[in-house]
Design a protein around this ligand. Sequence first.
Ligand code: GLU
Ligand code: MG
Length: 435
Amino acid sequence: MSEQIEYIELRFSDILGRLKAMIIPCKGADTIEELRKDPALKKGTSLDGSSVTGLASVELSDLRLVPDPNFLFELPYAARRTAAVMCFLKRKGDDPDSGFKYQRDTRGILHTVCEEYLPGKMQLKVKIEPEFHFITSDRNVFDTAGYADTYPRNYGGDVLLEIASAVREIGMQPRVIHHEAGEAQQEIEIDYVDSIRMADFILTFKNLAQTLALSQEMDVTFMPKPFEGAAGNGLHCHLQLWDGNANLFGRNDGNRLSDIGRKFIAGLLKHAKAITAIANPSVNSYKRLVPHHEAPVYITWGFMNRTVLVRVPLFEKPEKAAVELRSPDSMANPYLLFAAIIAAGMDGIENDLSPPDPRSEDIFALSDEERMSLAIESLPANLGEALEELKKDEVIRKALGKEMVDTYVRIKRDEWREYTNSIVTLWEWKKYHSH
Ligand code: GLU
Ligand code: MG
C-alpha cells in the first residue's frame, strides 16, 4: 500500500444506474480531510459522454465531471491509495459553479427534484434492503443455506461480513445482516439517509460487494431472478418524509400513520405503473414480480402485510413511521427511482389524494374475480408494458424531464425488443419443437 492518497476516482452514473469512473492523480494527501483541499478535487475532468450509455450523442459529447465532495471516501480495495468521489455532470463550457444540471445526469435530476419538490427543510430519507446471491464462477449457488442460517452452513458468511465492514468504513450503517430465504441469497440492510446519499450508497454498495467477492473468487449477482422457481432479489425501499426534526409520516399521538403518510401512499399507488418502468427496468425484473416469493404483483397497500406493494411496518414511536415500497430491484437507477418516488408521493400530498382501503389478507390467495370486485389492479406484467405506462404519466415525465424519459424509454424499448423479437429460449424449444 502506498503511503499517501495518490489518485481520485471521479465517479458518475450512466443513465441505467451503472457506476462509471475516470481516475485523476492528486498531489498526495495523508487523509481524506487533507485531500479536500486539493484543487484537483474542485477541477474535475472532462469526459466523452457519447461513449457512456444514454449520456450524450457524438455531436454534443464533451461533458465535465464536477466532483461533489459531500461523498468522498477512500477505496478499501485499490492497490494504490485511492479516493473516490461522486460527481455531477455538466456540459463542457457550462459554469461548474452554476446550479444548472445536465438533463441526462440522473444524479443531477434527483438533486433538482429534491430542491423543487421538497420545500424548505423537507427531505426524503431512505433505508434499503438489498438482496443478492453469492455465486460460483460457473453460475451456481455458492451455498445451500436458507433464511437466517449461519455458520457453518452459510459458507459465504465471512465475505458477507467483509462487505458489511467495508461499507461501514465509508459511512453506511448496516442494520441487519442475514442469509435470505433463497440458497446463497444474502441481505445487508442499510439505515436511513437522505435520498441523494442513499442513491450514491446503492451504486457504491453494489460495486464494493462485487469487488470484494471477486477477490475471494466468488461472484455476487443482484439480478432480480437469477434462478427459476426460487426467491428473487429485491431492493425494498423504506421511505420517510422529514421536515427538519419531524417525521411527517408519524403523528404526535402515537403509533399511527399520519394523513400526510396516507396521501404519500396514494400518490405512490397512483403512479405505481410508471414507477415500475424505473424500479424494475430489466427483462428479468418481471420474472421476480410473480406470486408467492414475497415480491409484489398487485397495486395495493397494507400494514405489516408482505404481499402488498406498499407496506407500513409496525412502529412504536412517531419518528419511526415509514412506508416501504417493495417493488424495486437493484437493476434500477436509484437516482431516477427516488426522483420518481418524490414526484409521486408529493402529487398525493399536494392533491389530497386518498388511498384505497388497506389490505390485510394474502393478496395472492384471492381469486381473479375477488381482486376485480375490490378494484385491485396489477403492476405491468413486463418491461414493454411498463415503458408504455411511463410514457403516459405526465407527473413522472415532468419530474424526470422529457429528454431523460425519451432517452430512457428508447434504450429500454430496444432492450425489450431485442429479447422479445430475437431470443429463442430453451423453454420455447422444449414446448414447440415437436408441436
Ligand atoms: N426476496 C423477496 C423479494 O424479492 C423479499 C423477501 C423479504 O421480504 O425480505 O422482494
Ligand atoms: Mg429480504
